[in-house]
Write a protein that binds this ligand. Structure first.
Ligand code: ATP
Length: 273
């Protein structure tokens, strides 16, 4: 049985500036299956519904029609079986790095002493040993995002939902966090659903890349990314500069290109109405 199943999922919102009952379709007939332990990346033009799709998985909002199943059961709300990491760090500014990671554990009822040990372990996993007592404003953007990842991992969710988590970071920090995320994923075996605008990021991280159409969002194609030597030890520049990488990048770029053009045209038409 697949870990996550989207069955003909549609999501509509009240249309802005239109007469009351008109609805705007953000996602239309999404069918998608994600296996346990799989790393799936979702790419698509701006406004195609990527964040909406992740919000549905997170249980932050409900489908207008269709079903989303997690371990065979419909998602009815947020849960500790899913950890979410957003683009903005969403850390508590008055808590230290350690305090922020512990925060996630308080909700799960882990005893205080064990909380601290677990939080330290996960800060170590994301390379932040020595920074436990710093507050968010004393950390770089990359470090803050590492804290957010540690916080999500610490309560051991089966599924990690990531909405453009590295988009606000500089290129070098982004690449090193991509490496870390791959390593963590290989070590923990989590199911990851990751949203990005970056084609290279998608190819680098994803086992499968789901390319979405422009509005309304549908799954246009799922590209399995199967590098021959993709396992541990083959990453960084070796992977990014390989001919296979370039081939996948081009394939996904081609799939996206028409959709982005269509999305831009829609935006222009709306601006002139
Ligand atoms: N709560 C809401 N009410 C009304 N419309 C919404 C709501 N949430 C999202 N939308 C609309 O649904 C569409 C999809 O939005 P969403 O944020 O999911 O897209 P996205 O692909 O993540 O975009 P981006 O790549 O720009 O972040 C957009 O047109 C957006 O304006």
């Amino acid at each position: 049985m697949a870990k996550i199943v989207f069955e003909d999922v549609t999501k509509t919102f009240p249309a802005k500036g239109k007469k009351n009952k008109e609805r705007f379709t953000a996602l239309d007939g999404i069918d998608l299956e994600i296996e346990a332990g799989e790393f799936v990346v979702v790419v698509g033009p701006s406004g195609c519904g990527k964040s909406t799709l992740l919000d549905l998985l997170g249980g932050l909002t409900r489908p207008s029609s269709g079903r989303i199943l997690l371990d065979g059961k419909p998602i009815t709300g947020p849960g500790l079986d899913r950890g979410i990491v957003f683009q903005q760090y969403a850390l508590l500014p008055w808590r230290t790095a350690l305090g922020n990671v512990e925060f996630g554990l308080e909700a799960t009822g882990v005893p205080r002493r064990e909380r601290e040990a677990r939080a330290r372990e996960f800060l170590d996993l994301v390379g932040l040993t020595g920074f436990e007592d710093r507050h968010p404003h004393e950390l770089s953007g990359g470090m803050r995002q590492r804290v957010a990842i540690a916080r999500s991992l610490a309560y051991d969710p089966d599924v990690l939902l990531m909405d453009e988590p590295f988009a606000a970071l500089d290129a070098q920090t982004r690449e090193s966090l991509q490496d870390e995320l791959r390593r963590i994923w290989q070590r923990t075996g989590k199911t990851v659903v990751f949203i990005t605008h970056g084609i290279e990021e998608a190819v680098y991280l994803g086992q499968k890349v789901a390319v979405m159409t422009s509005r309304p969002g549908r799954v246009k194609e799922i590209v399995p990314v199967t590098f021959g030597t993709r396992g541990a030890g083959f990453q960084g520049e070796d992977l990014r500069s390989s001919p296979e990488f370039a081939r996948y990048r081009h394939e996904i770029w081609t799939l996206l290109h028409d959709e982005v053009a269509r999305a831009q045209q829609l935006e222009k038409e709306e601006a002139t109405v």
